[in-house]
Design a binder for this molecule. Structure first.
Ligand code: HGY
Ligand code: MN
Ligand code: MN
Length: 450
């Protein structure tokens, strides 16, 4: 009895990764394809072209989310959704986000290749601005889709290079004119996102699949410290309102407060700028970012709610303003989805473990709408948000096979009861050749730089 996973084409999936990698390639093996830039728009247009080429329907919503839809027999039934993001970090890798988008598209292709019809529609999603490094907040697209914000509330977000989200969004939407327009979310039966782990556990343990149990809490802030510009050679230290010195005191206090002996908390200052930025002018303004994460809801909430007061307490003679970029409590995924991922991995003889996600994903917001979960695959050395991010064609295809069977089952409304599996192909067409042996327990083969 053939199943959708039999029709996942490893070569096609890999080639699509290499094609997307060209949009924003840095020449150092990684990519700079930040949200709503021309490269982001061109990558989305390429995906829409592949969709149209297979007879799938491209759809775009008011937040610029791009969906590729394969209708089911019950066109108005709640849809099954899968996807991730194409936008990247400024010095990012070619698999973070991209894999989840392309694995969702590959699922639609495998269903079409195998002649599988399904009850519910299935959509592959490209979420706008997941990374949040160019425009805050991150996860713009899934926040709007899940009703947490109207896009109009986020329109005026401005990037460090002075671009305004509204303008960039309109320009990007115009690059996929073939996409039907749709406003707001749609009824959903379930959501599963495929993603590289962005950590070392799967590779180190020889696992092919992570059945993700949830996402830790994560918050980020902009901190603005305001002092007084002055002459480096004449203003006595005791009379200065030195924004750098105050920022340094705040940062030192934050490191002391947010550290923990178990090394569970994650605390990062990724952006730090001083104005006017002259070597012989006392900086009158410093802006830096805080990114804090923790899996325990109580600990997380306690620390996040105390950050503004802690900054104020260590600002010295300067003023300080703390603005929340985003704040999401820990999220637990749906047990039935986790179990489905585990069961299918076992059926496909892929070693799998249950594990939480340290990184945040659009799935965090989708979990508020429907039963949601994620499928992780290994990435080399766990490296991510780094141009050396790598994954192997075999690992990407293995995770995609789990995703394809899981989405098909959800689109058939099958709960996994033994002996009632809806796996049948309308055609007997052989799927692409693939090695059915279980994944070797060795390291993922180095896929090399795209
Ligand atoms: O920051 C994150 O966890 C995600 O990669 N944007
Ligand atoms: Mn990601
Ligand atoms: Mn990322």
């Amino acid at each position: 009895m053939r199943r959708p996973s039999d029709f996942v084409d490893e070569r096609r999936l890999w080639d699509r990764h290499m094609a997307i990698a060209a949009f924003g390639a840095t020449g150092r093996g990684g990519v700079d394809r930040q949200a709503l830039t021309g490269d982001d728009g061109r990558a989305r247009a390429a995906l829409a072209g592949w969709a149209v080429g297979r007879g799938f329907r491209p759809i775009a919503d008011e937040a610029g989310n791009l969906f590729v839809r394969r209708d089911g027999a019950e066109a108005d039934a709640p849809a099954v959704l899968s996807g991730s993001h194409l936008d990247t970090q400024p010095a990012g890798g070619n698999f973070d986000g991209v894999y989840g988008v392309l694995a969702a598209l590959e699922t639609l292709e495998a269903l079409a290749d195998g002649g599988f019809e399904h009850r519910r529609p299935i959509e592959a999603a490209v979420w706008t601005n997941e990374e949040g490094c160019r425009f805050a907040p991150g996860c713009t697209g899934s926040l709007v889709f899940s009703g947490k914000h109207a896009i109009e509330e986020l329109w005026n977000a401005t990037s460090p290079d002075g671009a305004v989200l509204k303008d960039e969004l309109e320009r990007t939407l115009a690059m996929t004119p073939e996409a039907e327009r749709r406003r707001g979310g749609i009824p959903l039966a379930g959501y599963i996102e495929a993603h590289i782990e962005q950590g070392p556990r799967l590779e180190a343990g020889g696992f092919a699949v992570g059945a993700v149990t949830g996402i830790q809490g994560g918050a980020s802030f902009d901190v603005t410290v305001s002092g007084t510009d002055g002459h480096a050679g004449t203003v006595p230290l005791a009379e200065r309102r030195d924004a750098f010195r105050s920022a340094h005191a705040i940062v030192d206090a934050l490191y002391r407060d947010l550290a923990d002996p178990t090394d569970t908390a994650r605390f990062t200052i990724g952006r730090f700028r001083a104005w006017p930025g002259s070597p012989n002018t006392i900086p009158g303004k410093v802006v830096f970012t805080i990114d804090f994460r923790h899996p325990d809801a109580t600990f997380y909430r306690g620390k996040v709610d105390a950050i503004a007061d802690l900054c104020a307490a260590h600002a010295g003679p300067c003023d300080v303003d703390v603005t929340v970029r985003h704040d999401g409590d820990p999220v637990a995924f749906d047990e039935a989805v986790i179990g489905r991922v585990e069961r299918i991995a076992a059926e496909l003889r892929l070693p799998a473990i249950r594990m939480p996600s340290g990184a945040s994903h659009d799935a965090a917001y989708m979990a508020s709408l429907c039963p949601a979960g994620m499928v992780f695959v290994p990435c080399r050395g766990g490296i991510s948000h780094n141009e050396d991010e790598r994954a192997s064609p075999e690992d990407l295809a293995a995770g995609c096979r789990v995703l394809a069977d899981a989405l098909y089952e959800m689109a058939m409304g099958w709960d996994g009861s033994p002996g009632t599996a809806p796996r049948r192909a309308a055609t007997g067409r052989a799927g692409p050749r693939r090695d059915a042996r279980p994944r070797s327990r060795g390291r993922a083969r180095d896929a090399g730089a795209p």
